[in-house]
Design a protein around this ligand. Structure first.
Ligand code: HAM
Length: 417
């Protein structure tokens, strides 16, 4: 039997239910914040991610699903949404029409990572991207909508870690200081960090190895290197977060695995997620659009992992919602009447099921219980003759006789759930 691909997962049952509710809620909230949805293609030209995310990043170096199509063009299954949103915005010249743009997207992303709990090769993200604001109001807008989503969902066990990565004018001297610092500790570094030291010493701050972590204790801090523009930006952001009562911790080790960020970066972690504790992450990327050949456009955004949200919400949700009605039919005449009742109730937007195999009364009742029906409508040939049916409350076990006419008049008011 053919099995699914490692790291690619079927979403069904309770998870599918939470996914659907989550998507609905996210769409509603984004709408209130005036974010417009963009449904992006899953395939893009490989160059978009190479230039957008950065050639030296783990994602581009070893995690992309890249292949040549039948026309020998190199295509990639999107590993993230930000570069695609920027491509979309420039391609449709949207910035020419409005100087302040806010988009959201929800959909699958693909990364060839080592699968483990909370880490998949096909996973889903919901993300927002805000364009046109170089001041920290963009961060406030983005982080407050996120804070709102988390509190509406009751996801409270989280920490917002915030950092500034500086800009093109102050970051090089910080990188140099890091290089010098780690150069003296070369023999203590893991193999990955030896490579990172040369390619991008910032990435060393992100190493999870215990020995490298110890090395980090005395490493120089970016805060000592920020230019006045970056420092003011960061200070103002912190003030705005206080204003909105969004709690956060400054964390100089947040450096992110994508190259497009400048100034603000942030990650939201939850201890309940275990080793893969990052629930949401993002930051400012003022040069990405220009680097991709588009508008010179300041931007800020984040993306949240849907599977990780589902894992956090799983205990708050019941298995599957029960039915409004199960229609139990006994006898040939009752079958016809019963099928009409099913149709009538469904058209009135009730959730209704019946036993398509028309089993014994016992087995039909078992099915009603299995489907968690709130009420069962019992129709037998005898009842039909008398123009009634039996309505059984499945929780209380109480039964009442009701005139069939009521159904045809559509008088369901008293049954509303
Ligand atoms: P990212 O940190 O790579 O950022 O991913 C954001 C979130 O996606 C993570 O915090 C995590 O919840 C989820 N995620 C990432 N990889 C996996 C995986 N292999 N399995 C399950 N969940 C995963 C970005 O993608 C940026 N585009 C965020 C951004 C938007 N920055 C600016 N705008």
């Amino acid at each position: 039997m053919i099995q699914s691909i490692r790291g690619f997962k079927d979403i069904f049952g309770k998870e599918a239910l939470i996914f659907e509710k989550l998507e609905h809620l996210l769409r509603e909230i984004f709408k209130y914040w005036s974010f417009k949805e963009v449904k992006l293609p899953i395939l893009e030209k490989t160059e978009l991610f190479q230039r957008g995310i950065g050639d030296d990043t783990d994602i581009v170096e070893k995690e992309m699903y890249t292949f040549l199509d039948r026309n020998e063009e190199s295509l990639t299954m999107r590993p993230e949404g930000t570069a695609s949103v920027v491509r979309f915005l420039n391609e449709h010249k949207l910035y020419g029409q409005d100087r302040y743009l806010k988009f959201f997207y929800i959909g699958p992303m693909f990364r060839y990572e080592r699968p483990q709990k909370g880490r998949l090769r096909q996973f889903h993200q919901a993300g927002i991207e805000i364009f046109g604001l170089s001041n920290p109001l963009a961060e406030l807008e983005g982080m407050s909508v996120l804070n709102n989503i988390l509190s509406l969902l009751g996801i409270v066990d989280t920490t917002f870690y915030v950092n500034s990565l500086g800009c093109e004018s102050c970051r090089p001297s910080y990188k140099e200081a890091l290089f010098d610092f780690f150069d003296k500790k070369e023999e203590l570094l893991c193999e990955d960090c030896k490579r990172r030291k040369i390619k991008n010493p910032l990435r060393l701050l992100d190493c999870k190895g215990t020995r490298c972590q110890e090395n980090l204790e005395r490493a120089p801090l970016i805060s000592e290197f920020l230019c006045s523009d970056c420092k003011n930006h960061f200070d103002e952001l912190k003030e705005l977060l206080f204003l909105y009562n969004i709690s956060f911790e400054e964390n100089p080790k947040i450096v992110r695995g994508l190259d497009y960020y400048n100034k603000t970066v942030f990650e939201v972690h939850s201890k309940s997620l275990g080793a893969q504790s990052a629930l949401c992450a993002g930051g400012r990327y003022d040069s990405l659009s220009k680097n991709l050949g588009g508008y010179d456009l300041p931007a800020f955004g984040w993306a949240i992992g849907i599977e990780r949200m589902i894992a956090l919400l799983s205990s708050n949700f019941a298995e599957e919602e029960g039915l409004d009605f199960f229609v139990l039919m006994i006898g040939e005449k009752a079958k016809r009447e019963g099928l009409l009742i099913v149709d009538r109730l469904r058209k009135a937007n009730f959730s209704v099921e019946f036993d398509v195999f028309f089993g014994s009364v016992k087995s039909q009742l078992r099915r009603a219980d299995k489907l968690k029906a709130k009420k069962t409508i019992i129709v037998g040939d005898e009842e039909i003759e008398k123009g009634v049916f039996i309505l059984k409350d499945m929780q209380k076990g109480k039964e009442e006789r009701i005139e069939l006419n009521i159904l045809w008049k559509g008088d369901f008011g008293k049954w509303s759930f």
